[in-house]
Design a protein around this ligand. Structure first.
Ligand SMILES: Cc1cc2nc3c(=O)[nH]c(=O)nc-3n(C[C@H](O)[C@H](O)[C@H](O)COP(=O)(O)O)c2cc1C
Length: 225
């Protein structure tokens, strides 16, 4: 493999969702460099429909309190539906395997409701990350094509974090609290929240988690000749 493809091969595999961060913040210039990289993401007709709100410091601290209060009241306001029991067949098998690996890594037993609740609260505390980026999008048609652009943006953002020695995790869970996040950050109702990305420096003392497995390419792609 040539050098460039080797480094991409390594980068894409080095990126992993991190769920334990150091409190040490990034500099504003470091965050801006990641935003510049993510801005290079492709989008339908180059519309660049992402609106990204990054929280740090006091705003991050007060927002976490709001999210935890909402979660305690089971007050959810997702802009887009989320039903994790709706995945068909093999997708559901993979979802279950991910959940099992996740809770095992956290040492939480299946029947441990309090432990599971605690894991949700850790999501809402951004897993200790000093920063979170909220990915908003305008409402256009059924939203699917704009959401695809946001996905492009998110992966570019995550790979940039990894390439620069930082880490992140995309979180649908943050998107379940769209109303209080909009209110807290002064964002108009027309902007819809898809998900958030917590980011910062990975905590090197965290228990190492094995990379999540991927299906063989033959399970998801067909070569027509
Ligand atoms: C759009 C999106 C939303 C996600 N939401 C959450 C979440 O709310 N909480 C969480 O712990 N992980 C979340 N994840 C992380 C996935 O569980 C993770 O990407 C998957 O298991 C593959 O692992 P990897 O990212 O380490 O390769 C999300 C991932 C994506 C792409």
């Amino acid at each position: 493999m040539m050098d460039q493809s080797q480094s991409f091969h390594d980068l894409v595999r080095r990126r992993q969702s991190v769920r334990q961060f150091l409190a040490q913040p990034l500099e504003a210039t470091q965050i801006k460099a990641v935003l510049e990289d993510a801005q290079r993401a492709p989008s339908n007709c180059n519309t660049q429909p992402w609106h990204v709100h990054v929280v740090s410091g006091a705003t991050r601290a007060s927002l976490t309190q709001v999210l935890i209060e909402q979660a305690e009241k089971a007050s959810y306001s997702p802009d887009f539906s989320w039903d994790e029991t709706a995945f068909p067949g093999r997708l559901d098998e993979r979802r279950r395997a991910q959940g099992k690996a996740y809770y095992e890594a956290l040492g939480i037993a299946r029947e441990d409701k309090a432990g599971r609740h605690e894991a949700i609260l850790r999501n809402l505390d951004f897993f200790g990350a000093p920063h979170a980026a909220f990915l908003f999008m305008p409402s256009v048609g059924d939203g699917v094509r704009v959401a695809a652009d946001i996905g492009m943006y998110a992966q570019t953002f995550l790979l940039s974090l990894t390439a620069r020695g930082y880490a992140g995790i995309p979180q649908t869970l943050l998107g379940l609290f769209a109303d209080p996040i909009r209110e807290h950050l002064g964002i108009p109702d027309e902007m819809k929240l898809l998900f958030g990305i917590s980011f910062g420096y990975a905590d090197p003392t965290a228990l190492s988690v094995a990379p999540m497995p991927r299906a063989a390419i033959g399970d998801s792609s067909v070569m027509h000749v």
